[in-house]
Design a protein around this ligand. Structure first.
Ligand SMILES: Nc1ncnc2c1ncn2[C@@H]1O[C@H](COP(=O)(O)OP(=O)(O)O)[C@@H](O)[C@H]1O
Ligand SMILES: [Mg+2]
Length: 296
């Protein structure tokens, strides 16, 4: 049997996270167990792969092209509801979930395989990515969901705000945004979920590398981290990858995304300000975006 391969990005995460190294040691057994449970034959993992999962193409008993994802459970648990979100969307804009299995430190998903599977970020230029991201988000937001099955966005924001405050306190002054903006941005990050006028099932991690070219539909969403809350939050992750446009004019980018999804421009700008503060420790670009968008 070929040696068990750990894809590049997962190996990088494991080098930083001691608890993940232990998990990696047991991963070959977990993969073998899931392969036998679901009667699939497992191929070599995707490269460079995801940062928090071991994911590979697999073939089902009747030849179906599927994917096995074995994810690492972090303490914060942002990935907790990936299966529930995919089950809710049931293939409408996102990949179909065929089966799921929960363990203590891992979770396994058996997913529809996207072919050819190229990530949106490698295929289309950014302005065209905007349109695809916006179209998919609007479809995901429009679908009914069970409120009690998911956590509120406010919970994720509160946890991230706490992490920001610890990181800010520990960082050298050159890596920090000025204290006034830090306070204003992070309070807003905590408060915005509570002032939303609508609540939807959010993807929260939708960016151009989590959208893959497919045949059933041109593009399908993978890897959601579902929470319930303000749809205006959900355009942020894509914008955070658009470095050149963030540097040139973050308000214009926020306005464009707000326009494409039909949401209030001012609110999307506020979210982008708050999120850029939350991401600002050690990031000159995020500090520049925050200063540029700070409400006057
Ligand atoms: N359904 C799928 N079809 C084809 N490739 C997939 C599928 N799901 C994941 N992949 C591949 O595996 C990689 C990691 O998957 P992802 O769910 O994004 O993991 P992570 O949670 O670690 O980011 C993706 O970037 C993609 O290359
Ligand atoms: Mg991913």
């Amino acid at each position: 049997m070929a040696a068990f391969r750990v894809p590049e990005y997962l190996a990088e995460t494991a080098a930083r996270e001691p608890e993940m190294r232990e998990w990696l040691a047991g991963l070959p057994q977990v993969v073998a167990g899931l392969a036998s449970r679901w009667s699939v034959s497992v191929g070599e993992p995707f490269e460079p792969g995801g940062q928090c999962s071991w994911t590979a193409p697999v073939t089902g008993p009747s030849g179906a092209a599927l994917v096995l994802k074995v994810g690492f459970r972090f303490g914060g648990g942002e990935e907790r509801d990936e299966a529930a979100g995919l089950r809710t969307w049931d293939g409408n804009g996102a990949v179909r979930l065929h089966a799921a299995c929960d363990g203590d430190s891992s979770y396994g998903l058996l997913l529809e395989r996207c072919g050819p599977g190229a990530p949106l970020g490698h295929v289309l230029p950014e302005p065209e990515q905007d349109v695809v991201v916006a179209g998919l988000l609007q479809r995901l937001w429009a679908q009914p969901y069970l409120v009690d099955a998911f956590r509120p966005l406010a919970q994720m924001c509160a946890a991230w705000a706490e992490e920001f405050e610890a990181g800010y306190a520990a960082a050298p002054p050159a890596d920090r945004i000025d204290p006034g903006l830090a306070r204003e941005g992070i309070s807003l990050f905590r408060e915005l979920p509570g002032t939303a006028t609508s609540q939807v099932l959010l993807c929260t991690d939708l960016h151009a590398d989590n959208i893959l070219a497919a045949r059933r539909e041109p593009w399908l969403v993978i890897d959601p981290k579902p929470y319930v809350g303000d749809p205006a939050y959900d355009v942020l992750q894509h914008m955070l990858n658009c470095d050149d446009r963030l540097a040139a004019g973050p308000a214009a980018l926020a306005d464009r995304m707000a326009g494409l999804v039909g949401l209030d421009r001012g609110r999307v700008r506020l979210w982008l300000f708050a999120r850029s503060v939350q991401e600002s420790v050690g990031s000159p670009l995020m500090r520049q975006v925050a200063r540029n968008l700070a409400p006057r």
